[in-house]
Design a protein around this ligand. Structure first.
Ligand code: MRU
Length: 361
C-alpha cells in the first residue's frame, strides 16, 4: 500500500530504519549492524511506536546471533542482548512479546541459529503488515457507518500521537481504516493532536497523512475538548502501547483526557491495536502498567526547524525550572467504546477480548 516501510533488510543482511527524530524535515535512514545499534535506536526513539519497537528488537536479536557467531562468543552474549533490549523502553508490551517470540524460536531450533533468528524477525515484520491491513478491514465499516449517517459529508476523526505506519511497519493501526476509507472514496478529515512533548502528531502523523493525501488539521493538545463540544469530531481513534486483559489502554500521555472529553460529549472513542499489544498477564492498567518517565529536557525544549532552515532545540522555560515527563497514561476500559483488532471489533473487556482471541484464555 505504501511507497516505503519503516524497517527493512539490506543486501548484506543488516537492518535499516528511518531516523524518525528528523521527520518531517529530513528523511534520513540509519543502518543497524549490532544489537547495541538496535537498543540505541529504540532508547533514543530513532524508531518508536509499539509494533515497530517490537520489530526492531526482534532484528536486534538476529544481529546479536550474528555477532555471537562472528566473534565466537558463547550464549552469555545472547543473554546480554536479550537483557539490554528488554530494558530499552518499559511501556510498549510488543517489545517483550517480540523478544519472547525470538527466545522461544532460538530455544527450539536445531542448530541453525542465524537462519532461525532471521526468519522469525522477518515473520514478525510481515505479520505486522497483514495485521494492520486487517485492522483497517474491520475499522472501515465504523467510518462508513458515520459517513452514511452524515449522508456522505466529511467524517471528522481526532487522533493523538502517531499510531500510523511510522509506529508500525506499513498501514499503521489507526491509519489503516482511514487509508482504506479514503481508497473507498469516503470523505475523511483528521484532527491531529500535536502531542507534546515530542510532537509525534505534528512531526509524524501530519507527515504521514500529507504523504497519503489525507485532509488533516494540526491542533494543540488542548483543543480536542472544544472541538468535541462544538460537534466537530465524529469519532476519536488512538493506538496503544499495552492493553490489559480487562481492556485498560495505555497510550501516549494525554490520551486519557481525550477519552474523558469524548465520554462527556457522547463521541465514540476507539482503540486500534494488533493482538501483540494485548498483555493478558495483567488486569488493572492503572496499577500494573509501567509508565515510562523520560528526560525533562524533552519538556523544557522544543525541537524544530529555525528560520535559516536548521534543526535546533529552543528552551521554553526558565533554565532552572523542573519539568516532569511521563510518557504514557492509562485510559480505563469504561471510557473505551470498542477495540479494533485484526480479528474484528470487540468490547474493551476480558469477555470481549476472549471472544475474538480464545487462545488467550
Ligand atoms: O513514545 P512513542 O512515540 O513510542 O509512543 C507511541 C504511541 O503512544 C502510539 O500511539 C502507540 O505505540 C501505538 S503505535 C501503533
Amino acid at each position: 500500500m505504501s511507497t516505503f516501510r519503516t524497517i527493512w533488510t539490506t543486501e548484506d543482511r543488516f537492518i535499516e530504519v528511518i531516523d524518525q527524530r528528523k521527520l518531517p524535515h529530513e528523511f534520513v535512514t540509519v543502518k543497524l549492524s549490532t544489537y547495541r545499534d538496535a537498543e540505541h535506536a529504540i532508547k533514543e526513539m530513532i524508531v518508536r511506536g509499539a509494533p515497530l519497537i517490537g520489530a526492531t528488537a526482534a532484528y536486534g536479536i538476529y544481529l546479536a546471533v550474528r555477532e555471537m557467531i562472528e566473534k565466537e562468543e558463547d550464549g552469555s552474549f545472547l543473554d546480554e542482548a536479550f537483557s539490554a533490549l528488554r530494558a530499552s523502553r518499559p511501556t510498549a508490551v510488543n517489545l517483550f512479546w517480540a523478544l519472547d517470540r525470538m527466545r522461544n524460536a532460538l530455544d527450539n531450533c536445531e542448530g541453525n541459529f542465524l537462519g532461525t533468528a532471521w526468519n522469525m524477525a522477518g515473520q514478525i515484520v510481515e505479520d505486522d503488515v497483514e495485521t494492520c491491513r486487517m485492522i483497517g478491514v474491520h475499522g472501515l465499516p465504523i467510518i462508513e457507518e458515520i459517513s452514511t449517517r452524515k449522508k456522505g459529508e466529511v467524517v471528522n476523526i481526532l487522533t493523538h500521537c502517531n499510531a500510523g505506519m511510522l509506529g508500525c511497519v506499513e498501514w499503521g493501526t489507526i491509519t489503516s481504516p482511514i487509508y482504506q476509507a479514503i481508497q473507498k472514496g469516503i470523505k475523511v478529515h483528521v484532527w491531529v493532536d500535536e502531542t507534546r512533548p515530542r510532537n509525534q502528531g505534528s512531526n509524524l502523523t501530519a507527515y504521514e497523512l500529507t504523504r497519503h493525501n489525507v485532509p488533516h488539521t494540526l491542533i494543540v493538545d488542548n483543543a480536542g475538548g472544544h472541538l468535541m463540544q462544538h460537534g466537530m469530531v465524529d469519532m476519536v481513534i488512538v493506538g496503544t502501547d499495552r492493553t490489559t486483559r480487562n481492556g485498560d489502554v495505555a497510550n501516549k500521555i494525554g490520551t486519557y483526557l481525550k477519552a474523558l472529553a469524548a465520554k462527556d460529549n457522547g463521541i465514540p472513542f476507539y482503540v486500534a491495536l494488533p493482538s501483540t499489544t494485548l498483555d493478558m498477564s495483567i488486569k488493572d492498567g492503572l496499577k500494573e502498567i509501567p509508565i515510562e518517565e523520560r528526560n525533562q529536557d524533552e519538556v523544557k525544549y522544543v525541537y524544530g526547524k529555525n528560520a535559516e532552515g536548521k534543526l535546533e532545540a529552543i528552551l521554553i522555560c526558565p533554565e532552572t525550572t523542573n519539568a516532569s515527563n511521563y510518557g504514557f497514561d492509562v485510559t480505563p476500559s469504561h471510557l473505551v467504546t470498542k477495540l479494533i483488532t485484526e480479528r474484528g471489533v470487540c468490547d474493551a473487556s476480558e469477555k470481549g477480548i476472549l471472544e475474538l482471541f480464545p487462545e488467550f484464555e
